[in-house]
Design a protein around this ligand. Structure first.
Ligand code: SF4
Length: 366
């Protein structure tokens, strides 16, 4: 059996950023403790099966907020309940504004191998506009502390198309990631999501127009590549060999189990998720079935987010046949434009295609 990924959603943050629609709440130690105990019970319910696992990812929210001790206890439960493979990738997301100097040594001692830090921008004005609770200097210090604790693999998040951002300021943020020693950068386009403070204030935000967004995305991609971060997905860049193995499972349509409110799973061919409801989760609420997963269309849609695209040999491995002729033919016609490439080994989006991926992928997979 292909080893699974484990995802643990930690739905707590020190404060709510005005653009964020992730499921996260402001709660204290009692809630963190109850949540940790509940997650451990859920994980242990898989103990009898001793399934193989090769990635574990704590996302949120701000997992670092609950402290290395609780993350260590959850990891112990994962090791007791699954067959965690030697060399497994164990990632913890955190925020440069939380935790003290003991956080990273504690995480390293618990077996964490990778840190993902929400930097978002290295520009003080942009950080303020985004409602972030940290400075760029704190982020650089956090990377240094992680390295010093023996966690060399640190990813930084950047945001593209934020209020008032310019190509110059974005390029400076990209360079900051390199100077801080990040091995990986995730650079996401800001989306104004309903239900957020930004959505309420959307008419007064100084946001770039469509051409501006394209220019910013192109500037970020080019600069990150120039700095030695290869683009391997629409929004993800890594130094060679340091791509996120856990996130690659999502895009390669491999299976994973998610624990915690808002966590999704794809397991034994079915997709299911826990509702965005901490109280319901703590009260023993069951996951909601989301139907079967992993058919060719879903596999292709996810693969096309990757720079390598939909590859002939991966289709053969998974489905016993290559890319259907009709799809290849349609891709060849579309490749006369600027959004597609059709190399011998498959079908892939260009960088221009990445920017409009939802629309052009639907056009290909009609
Ligand atoms: S720290 Fe991250 S998860 Fe928490 S509110 Fe801000 S953006 Fe959302």
């Amino acid at each position: 059996m292909t080893p699974l990924g484990i995802y643990v959603h930690v739905p707590f943050c020190a404060s709510k950023c005005p653009y964020c629609d992730f499921y996260s709440l402001r709660q204290g130690e009692d809630a963190w403790e109850a949540y940790t105990n509940c997650i451990i019970e859920r994980i242990k319910s898989y103990q009898e099966r001793a399934l193989p696992v090769d990635t574990v990812y704590f996302g949120g929210g701000t997992p670092g907020l609950i402290g290395a001790g609780r993350i260590g206890r959850i990891l112990d439960a994962v090791r007791e309940s699954f067959r965690v493979q030697p060399g497994a990738e164990v990632t913890v997301e955190t925020n440069p504004g939380v935790g003290d100097e003991s956080l990273f040594p504690g995480l390293a001692a618990a077996g964490v191998t990778r840190i993902s830090l929400g930097l978002q921008s290295a520009n003080a004005d942009e950080l303020r506009q985004l409602g972030r609770i940290h400075t760029a200097e704190q982020a650089a210090r956090a990377v240094e502390l992680a390295h010093r604790a023996g966690i060399g693999n640190v990813s930084l998040d950047l945001m593209i198309a934020t209020p008032g951002q310019t190509e110059e300021s974005l390029v400076r943020s990209a360079r900051f990631c390199r100077e801080a020693g990040a091995s990986h950068v995730s650079a996401y386009l800001l989306k104004i999501e309903p239900g957020t403070v930004y959505h309420e204030r959307r008419d007064s935000l100084d946001l770039p127009d469509e051409d501006g967004v394209c220019g910013l995305y192109e500037a970020a991609c080019s600069e990150l590549e120039r700095l030695g971060y290869g683009q391997y997905e629409i929004s993800n860049f890594a130094r060679p060999g340091l791509e996120s193995r856990h996130n690659l499972k999502y895009w390669r349509c491999e299976e994973y189990l998610g624990f915690g409110p808002a966590a999704h799973s794809f397991f034994e061919g079915r997709r299911f998720y826990f509702p965005r409801d901490l109280s319901g989760f703590l009260a023993g609420g069951e996951p909601v079935d989301d139907g079967p997963g992993g058919d060719f269309e879903e596999f292709a849609m996810l693969a096309l987010r990757l720079t390598e695209g939909l590859r002939e040999e991966r289709c053969r491995e998974r489905f016993g046949h290559g890319i259907p002729q009709e799809l290849r033919r349609r891709a060849a016609v579309l490749a006369r434009g600027v959004y597609w490439r059709v190399p011998a080994e498959g079908v892939a989006l260009t960088r221009a295609g990445f920017l409009v991926s939802n629309a052009v992928i639907s056009e290909l997979l009609l």
